[in-house]
Design a protein around this ligand. Structure first.
Ligand code: SF4
Ligand code: SF4
Length: 239
């Protein structure tokens, strides 16, 4: 397997024009269906009543959390924005415990992203009820800016499961807007964000690796190792 440093070089060498070509080839226009902002079943049409659903899990970097905290007119607490990524945590008697290596966007009781708002039909441009809006649109993290695409490089994340389509280095994930026409200019913007995200993800992975220090977690204790060190679930440093 290539080292993260070698993957970072490859990410920095990504050709935005080639990524844009691939995006044009695959095609995409967001219908604002909200599927990429919601829990897998709860809150969607086929949601079950027992709340048996996979909560939304989108990776967010420490600086992205701070940007969302200061977004627009609102001031959010750290925990309003992010929660420890549940992967790797264990179910202890007092709740989740253990170590994890990422932050995820905070979710509501339904498991949807906390910043997702469903709109009434009268409030949407095309009058379609159930169409969603991101309340932190301008400051949303890179993973949201680039959905449903990712690039096939080691050290980068593949959102929402396996790719459903691919072209060159670009992978496309579950999304009802795939296959629609996209302008060259929009594809280039998306491609530039996709390259930025690939670089950031690998830089974060390197920094997490380098900042890692083993920590003994007690019952009910959760520690997040991020690119800035070891933190409690409220984002404060451990020491
Ligand atoms: S799943 Fe696709 S079409 Fe639906 S909101 Fe997300 S990006 Fe847009
Ligand atoms: S931050 Fe916005 S775009 Fe990202 S998952 Fe939440 S509602 Fe969706």
């Amino acid at each position: 397997m290539e080292s993260l440093e070698a993957e970072l070089d490859r990410a920095r060498d990504l050709d935005v024009a080639a990524l844009a070509d691939a995006i044009v080839e695959i095609g995409f226009e967001c219908t604002r269906c909200g599927a990429c902002c919601k829990a897998e079943t709860c809150g969607s049409e086929d949601g079950d009543e027992n709340g048996e659903s996979e909560p939304h899990t989108a990776t967010v970097f420490p600086d992205e959390i701070r940007r969302v905290q200061d977004t627009g007119d609102e001031e959010y607490d750290f925990r309003d924005v992010a929660r420890p990524m549940p992967y790797g945590l264990e179910d202890g008697p007092a709740g989740p415990e253990g170590e994890t290596f990422e932050w995820a966007l905070q979710t509501d009781d339904c498991g949807d992203c906390t910043f997702y708002e469903e709109r009434e039909a009268s409030e949407t441009p095309h009058g379609d009820a159930g169409t969603g809006a991101c309340t932190v649109h301008e400051d949303r993290p890179l993973i949201c800016r680039t959905y449903p695409f990712s690039v096939a490089l080691g050290g980068t994340s593949q959102p929402m499961g396996e790719a459903v389509d691919s072209e060159g280095m670009v992978r496309a994930h579950e999304c009802e807007g795939l296959g629609r026409d996209i302008s060259r200019a929009e594809a280039e913007d998306l491609a530039a964000a996709l390259k930025e995200r690939a670089i950031r993800e690998i830089e974060e992975a390197i920094a997490v690796r380098d900042a890692y220090e083993p920590v003994e977690t007690g019952p009910g204790e959760v520690v997040v190792h991020d690119s800035e060190g070891q933190k409690r679930p409220d984002g404060t440093p451990l020491d």
